[in-house]
Design a protein around this ligand. Structure first.
Ligand code: 6PG
Length: 260
């Protein structure tokens, strides 16, 4: 495993370093393909992105939003304006705070029309519908499903995207986007990137903060035989995997940390 771990005392330093990392990858992606294909997650990442891309004016001024193709590495199967929506979180915290006149990025979201039945009522757990949502999202992925950067969180159980410890989706090799109806973390219905997408990325970056992460990071970085989803991401070869953490998240974790 050769993931790099960048650790900082303050949350704002974590966010600013994530911002600089985004700018570095944005620059090389635009130079080679004139667009920046980035995938986002939910959880605390929304606030990190706000601190980096909105509140830090020197970083904000360098973001070329009009070149961004934004996807979500996992999404809860709820309407886009629902508080559980990962797109909704990004919209509330980042998009709505862009200065007026800013050209917005291209957004790739779930097909909301498939969430509801003919009567306009929520379709409910319906794996046919969920399969269609996953297939439609897979069809919208960039060419070769290749991302310049995938930003991930790490749950206290070691899950990432909606890939949970011991779940059969960890072995999914055929579908780029899978649906899950039994997510151990609510809400239960979601779609998620699978490992074949993660393996094609140029770069993957995790953001993990707080003392609550230290126990799982000990397993991820200390147990070579661990099969935790986030550890399996660290083991992907040929992808630049980075972790942006605060000092409390790596307290007692045997890992070499650097400044960005
Ligand atoms: O879909 C979800 O259930 C969450 O988005 C989840 O995957 C999150 O990314 C991690 O639990 C880390 O969350 P925090 O960064 O908030 O700790």
């Amino acid at each position: 495993m050769c993931a790099k771990v960048y650790s900082f005392a303050e949350s704002v330093e974590v966010a600013n370093s994530v911002g600089k990392h985004i700018l570095k990858l944005q620059k090389s992606a635009i130079a080679s393909s004139d667009s920046f294909k980035i995938a986002l997650s939910g959880g605390s990442l929304g606030n990190v992105l706000k601190k980096a891309l909105i509140d830090n004016t020197s970083i904000a001024s360098e973001v070329q939003w009009d070149k961004w193709e934004v996807y979500f590495s996992d999404e809860r199967l709820v309407p886009l304006d629902h508080p559980d929506s990962n797109y909704g979180l990004f919209n509330e915290l980042v998009l709505k705070n862009l200065p007026s006149g800013t050209k917005h990025p291209s957004l790739h979201v779930i097909d909301e029309s498939l969430l509801t039945g003919k009567d306009g009522q929520a379709a409910g757990a319906d794996s046919d519908k969920d399969k269609q949502i996953a297939e439609a999202y897979a069809a919208s992925l960039p060419q070769d499903a290749k991302f310049d950067l995938i930003l991930l969180g790490c749950g206290p159980d070691g899950h990432t995207c909606s890939l949970f410890p011991g779940h059969k989706l960890l072995n999914e090799r055929d579908q780029l986007i899978a649906y899950i109806s039994d997510s151990p973390k609510l809400p239960p219905r979601r779609i998620t990137f699978t490992f074949p997408v993660l393996e094609r990325a140029t770069a993957i970056a995790f953001v993990a903060e707080g003392a609550g992460k230290a126990a799982i990071l000990k397993d991820i970085f200390g147990d070579e035989s661990s099969k935790l989803p986030s550890k399996l991401v660290n083991d992907i070869s040929g992808v630049e995997v980075s972790w942006f953490v605060d000092n409390s998240a790596v307290e007692g974790v045997r890992v070499i940390t650097s400044k960005y």
